[in-house]
Design a protein around this ligand. Structure first.
Ligand SMILES: Cc1cc2nc3c(=O)[nH]c(=O)nc-3n(C[C@H](O)[C@H](O)[C@H](O)COP(=O)(O)O)c2cc1C
Length: 436
């Protein structure tokens, strides 16, 4: 693998670095904020981020500078920035490390983003289970405020940015940006119908930017070193930069790895992850969190950028790469993921609410050797009636494990159903399973 410079994990990989304000400042922290406040017009900051080509790291990959430019400049009321720290996608654990180990990198990115969009108030919506990260962030906000990096009249520029940490109750759906806004407003976290989009009708119906933790952590570096510098890394012009990939599953060295996105899954899994933990070969991997369709060993040389993974039939999503070795039952893997989605469905849309339960029931009975001859067709039918028919992308996410395992390992489904046929031949009393 070629050598490259880390951007986001660089500080925290220095021996002894604990993420305090003094350490962050010694590493050049808050220089980017000072560089722009009152000196560079907000529109030019947005242009720099646009030029960098940075795309959102929360899953959808929307260009960050373009998103910021949607905030109406002439809006008379408040605007908001929400940092999405919900990170509930199974197999994804990068934002947590960024928050716990280098919180000021995120806060500086947030302050610059607020300046660029004209927001005075920013929230970090953090998943309820991340108590340690929330405490670290709260401490860092106080530190930054005392040093004049946050609060009123930052460094005498007349700019005010106040940041608050808001812990959710641990619901996956609250990572979806409009459900996040509902939850932040004190309501049940259920997604809103779009349009209108948060850029014009977001938090309290005011213009709002929602950005992922990792997205915002990139901002100080882009401001310090320029949009062109960032745009030249990775796979320009569409997928520039590095990303943090969360490697988990049957590998020797699971963990968070920052890589330029022109590296491949083989670089990540074999070189950095040390390959498979046992002598068994790789069977399957999820390239971008539980919502991303499975890929196979044939896809190991696919590059990690958005377009390459999409061309391979999946998505790089949240950067969570989960690896499975030979011998893993893919019907079982689909069930484990589906149980998560069934549990987390917010219930707003009928296809997702009902469909997730039906899929779990069918997968359970197939694995319990009670599958019926038409179960595969029924699964395909249910998936077809969920995809594209829900208010948010949760519906598309939850069918990915089923559709992709059916695509590559259909024979495993058929073998289990055939076994059930042989076992139960002649029986009329097969119990119907119910989802608990
Ligand atoms: C069901 C669901 C869950 C999501 N969870 C998260 C999450 O935990 N963190 C996150 O940053 N984005 C999550 N997203 C994506 C957000 O809706 C949104 O696109 C993102 O926060 C925008 O930030 P970005 O442009 O910086 O990526 C989720 C989307 C869906 C549909």
């Amino acid at each position: 693998m070629k050598t490259f410079e880390k951007i986001l994990l660089k500080n925290m990989e220095q021996p002894g670095y604990a993420g305090s304000l003094a350490e962050y400042e010694r590493a050049g922290g808050y220089q980017a904020l000072k560089k722009v406040l009152g000196r560079v017009p907000p529109a030019d900051v947005i242009d720099t981020v646009k030029q960098s080509g940075l795309r959102g790291r929360g899953g959808a990959g929307f260009p960050t500078g373009v998103k910021w430019s949607f905030i109406p400049r002439d809006h008379p009321g408040p605007r908001y920035l929400c940092c999405n720290a919900d990170e509930s996608e199974p197999g994804t654990f990068k934002d947590r490390q960024l928050m716990e180990r280098d919180p000021h990198q995120i806060l500086e990115g947030m302050a610059i983003a607020c300046y660029a969009i004209g927001a005075q108030t920013a929230y970090i919506y953090i998943r309820g289970e991340f108590r340690l990260a929330a405490t670290i962030l709260e401490r860092a906000i106080v530190e930054a405020g005392r040093a004049g990096h946050l609060g009123a009249d930052i460094h005498g520029s007349g700019v005010t940015v106040n940041v608050y940490v808001h812990a959710g109750a641990g619901a996956y759906i609250c990572g979806e940006e409009t459900a996040l806004l509902e939850s932040l407003e004190g309501k049940r976290g259920k997604p809103r119908t779009k349009p209108p989009f948060p850029a014009t009708h977001g938090l309290y119906q005011q213009p709002t930017v929602v950005n992922n933790v990792e997205t915002l952590a990139n901002i100080p570096h882009i401001i310090n070193r320029g949009g062109a510098w960032y745009a030249a890394i990775g796979v320009p012009p569409k997928s520039p930069g590095t990303r943090i990939f969360c490697l988990s599953g049957h590998v020797k060295r699971p963990g968070n790895y920052e890589l330029p996105v022109d590296a491949t899954f083989r670089d990540l899994i074999d070189d950095l992850g040390g390959g498979m933990r046992s002598d068994k070969p790789l069977k399957a991997f999820i390239p971008g969190g539980a919502s991303a369709p499975f890929l196979t060993p044939e896809h190991l040389d696919v590059q990690l950028d958005f377009e390459s993974v999409a061309r391979a039939g999946s998505m790089s999503g949240s950067g969570g790469v989960t690896v499975m070795e030979d011998g893993t039952s893919m019907v079982w893997a689909a069930l484990r993921l589906m149980e998560f989605f069934y549990h987390e469905s917010c219930g707003k849309c009928t296809p997702c609410r009902e469909g997730s339960a039906w899929i779990v029931q069918i997968l359970q009975r197939i694995l319990n050797r009670q599958g019926r001859p038409d179960d595969v067709r029924t699964l395909e039918d249910i998936c077809g009636n969920i995809g594209g028919r829900t208010v948010c992308a949760f519906g598309d996410a939850e069918i990915a494990p089923v559709q992709s395992t059916l695509k590559y390992w259909r024979s495993e489904y058929e073998a289990l159903i055939a076994e059930a046929g042989a076992l139960n031949a002649g029986r009329k009393d097969i119990p119907v399973l119910s989802v608990s």
